[in-house]
Design a protein around this ligand. Sequence first.
Ligand code: XMP
Length: 539
Amino acid sequence: MILIVDFGSQFNQLIARRVRENEVYCQIEPAGHSLDKIKALNPDGIILSGGPASIYEENSPSIDPGIFKLGIPVLGICYGMHFMIQALGGKIARPVKREYGFATLKIKNIFETISNTPESINNTSQKTKNAHEETNEQNSLSLFKGMDSSFQCWMSHGDSTENLPDNFVVTASTENTEIAAIADVKNRLFGLQFHPEVEHTINGTAMIKNFLFDVCHCKKSWNMESFANGAIAQIKEAVQDKKVIMGLSGGVDSSVAALLIHKAIGKNLHCIFVDNGLLRKNEKENLEKSLTANLDMNISFVDKRKKFLDALKDVTDPEKKRKEIGRLFIEVFEAEAAKIEGADFLGQGTLYPDIIESKSAFGGPTSIIKSHHNVGGLPEKMNLKLIEPLQLLFKDEVRKLGIELGLNEDMVWRQPFPGPGLAIRIMGAVSEKRLSILREADALLLEEIRQAGLYRELWQSFAVLLPIKSVGVMGDKRTYDSCIAIRAVNSKDAMTADWARLPHDLLAKISNRIINEVDGVNRVVFDITSKPPGTIEWE
Ligand code: XMP
């Protein structure tokens, strides 16, 4: 296990991704843990993340410096390196030149470095050299093993190193930063001023790999098969012969979580799927086929279309729509759950990023922005214990797990779909007729996007029904009908998004098909707004 200490870097999850891509398990923990807690976690290596703070600011994040004496290898990145240097007796200062963006990294021959390092940087160079020569095994420990002597890295820092602690040598430099990488090979302590976890750093992934396998001697044991086996055994142990209730949304997370619980306890998992009438074309049928017919899961499909549509009649305000739908969902879910006797647990598809964001002392505004999308309050109100079997996984791992468990590709690769469904893609009041227009247009759009091979690549692609009518001609007749907007965006996490540059021919085909095949639509427009300033959804 690799422990990643969170000093507040925006790239923490990226570091974790890089470690897990190598089939090594890692955990992100907030700075400030006691030495005992760190020992109890028993990591094979520790990565100290970067962070926005400066080491000499008051209350800058820290961790017990005793970690450097545990004999566990440590890799400090940017702020993490500064922390290590200061904790071990070196000095950090503001640089003459700030460095932000690309830089060319020049790797040093470590033995040349030792004899050439100026006294101001390393006043114990001879001692260090002797220490280095102790064993050949130590000499081969370089994060840069197998790399060219010069390549591009990505920097983002204000502070830089003035003096190194004893035993450290400089292992790489850039034009503006003499001390761009350091190592105390004997004690297996390494520091990188640049960010190996971002794609812009050539060989960054290989550096992390060298740290994991050459330095920490990690074994490749983290894959979805071993995860699934472990999780199934844990769920069995926790639930015993009790029952678990779970709400299904049709999305990847809740489907995979439910499937995992199903593999552990079979029919004692009771899933509830509420048909609120705001679903896309064939959505319920597809879910039924994938989970019930193919995988034999125990699911109650509750038809509440009328209840939701009645409640939404005349509601035009977006927030009122959301609130009303959220309120009704809880009401319906609770009533359905009450019918299941002997349930002690509530299953949920919470993912690792949600957990890290709510735990991180330095987590930016992310958690706040996301919370308004969650339907809150279920567990507390219902007095059930939570089972969240995906809480250690990232989204792409959840997808791999879904495949491992036998979920079909369509479900595994489904684009995100908001809880309030088509209600927030119909501008103005929601009605049966307007839902039907949007459903047909959306289905045609998705069919064409899939056919063009773009479905997986796009974060989301969907149709929006506008609250206006416009004039057209069809054949010899004048028409006065509705307008559909096409929305397609690229994004990594929905916090920001860019409108997708769909090919013109594809747009033409989608537009033609919607106007010809969907009754009541005579105009199609393409949304070219990014987020920010726009949002992905229209309401
Ligand atoms: P926006 O429109 O805020 O959307 O840019 C960001 C992401 O969140 C989804 N979304 C929602 N999901 N309930 C949800 O479960 C909601 O009320 C909601 N509103 C937006 C949206 O589809 C996108 O992926």
